[in-house]
Design a protein around this ligand. Structure first.
Ligand code: PLP
Length: 382
């Protein structure tokens, strides 16, 4: 093992890049507060690592997907306001309220289970109403808001702190018709609740793309995920930004994913490589066996198509991605040695591999490439 490389596979988190991205969004958002979306293991960056950087950046709000992520943050001693964006089972309400976790509510059942839990604990359950504006995921249909408002008034244990919704079609298009339609629905929901005597202090709707493109969606708080990790939500977001004459944010990718060469293998011309014999060498070749596979989050659809960087040079993946290994062609890279550093994602020398490149090869989006990196892989802040 070489000095300074105690792990065989690791994810590097660039502290400066993260803090820079927070700064870029803070500038854009002005008086609107920033909630760091750290769900899905902070988009693969490591929940606790990113929470500590968010704390360093002075962010007061974190968003997670479920109870387990919220509890992990509380158990690690993180004090900011934490909102659970996803599903919490009815029987989990007491644990959530007991740990000062805020929840989104979207039906009578979860309102009642939270209220009863709060009553038992003799404390308030702080909730954010999630409004159905057009995504048809979690959310209260606007026409039922009157019933929800009536229910909420029955429970003094419930404090309605926030009202939120989420965009369906903001990253995939340069057409702003659907975000505008959802924004109009959101405003209608706010009005409807006010008419029912519920004035809610914290309104939030914006994700990264909305924060980049639509100031009219900022309200009090913006839930920013991907952008904080230095990635653009899509090409369309960048194009829309340019078309509107807005200055694009300068985002810096935060994550690099690395490992080391496990074996160097000379093979004869005409040799098959990997499961299914999907690659056959056309010349005498040298392969680097790399200890990362689809279990680690390196998508199997990258078989025979992606490359890694070794000594700053591209080494093409030969054969199928295995569960725990890939084989990379280093025939044309002189001087590759056992345990040399391999970059799966990120920069090495003058070259780099981006999440967008891997996403395009794997037929997916940058969000999926980063969130699927195995949570067991160590995250190191550099
Ligand atoms: C409810 C909700 N809000 C905010 C976000 C953050 O979106 P983005 O990563 O595009 O900023 C997500 C991400 O999926 C989400 O589900």
């Amino acid at each position: 093992m070489k000095a300074g490389q105690p792990m065989i596979q690791w994810v590097e988190i660039n502290r400066k890049a993260f803090l820079h991205n927070v700064g870029e969004f803070k500038k854009r958002l002005g008086r609107t507060e920033l909630m760091a979306v750290v769900k899905a293991n902070a988009y693969g960056h490591g929940l606790l690592a990113i929470a500590s950087l968010a704390q360093e950046a002075g962010l007061n709000w974190l968003a997670v997907n479920n109870l387990e992520e919220g509890l992990a943050l509380r158990q690690a001693g993180f004090k900011p306001k934490i909102l659970i964006l996803g599903y919490v089972g009815l029987e989990q309400a007491e644990t959530a309220v007991g740990s000062d976790l805020r929840l989104v509510v979207y039906n009578l059942e979860n309102i009642r289970s939270l209220a009863r839990a709060a009553r038992r604990l003799k404390k308030k359950a702080i909730v954010h109403l999630k409004i159905e504006t057009g995504t048809n995921r979690q959310g209260i249909p606007i026409k039922t808001l009157g019933i929800i408002a009536k229910e909420l008034k029955k429970w003094p244990e419930i404090e309605v702190e926030g009202i939120s919704s989420h965009f369906a079609n903001i990253e995939d298009t340069t057409d702003d018709f659907y975000p505008k339609y959802q924004l109009a629905n959101f405003l209608e929901a706010v009005r409807c609740l006010e008419n029912n005597g519920l004035s809610i202090p914290v309104k939030h709707l914006a994700c990264s793309a909305a924060a980049i493109l639509f100031p009219e969606t900022y309200f009090d708080l913006a839930r920013i995920g991907l952008g904080l990790y230095g990635l653009w939500p899509s090409k369309e977001t960048l194009i829309s930004c340019q078309q509107r004459g807005q200055k694009p944010l300068k985002l810096k990718p935060v994550l690099s994913w690395r490992t080391r060469v496990a074996q160097i293998k000379p093979v004869a011309a005409g040799s098959y490589v990997g499961y299914g014999c999907t690659y056959r060498t056309t010349r005498r070749s040298k392969l680097a066996v790399v200890p990362v596979g689809y279990y680690d989050g390196y998508d199997r659809s990258l078989s025979n198509s992606a490359y890694v960087l070794i000594k700053g040079q591209r080494a093409q993946i030969r054969g199928r991605v295995c569960m725990d290994f890939i084989m990379a062609d280093v025939t044309d890279i002189p001087g590759v040695e056992l345990e040399d550093r391999v970059t799966l994602l990120g920069s090495d020398g003058q070259d780099k591999i981006t999440a967008e490149q891997l996403a395009s090869l794997a037929g997916t989006i940058n969000y999926e490439i980063i969130t699927r990196i195995n949570p067991l892989t160590p995250r190191v802040i550099v």
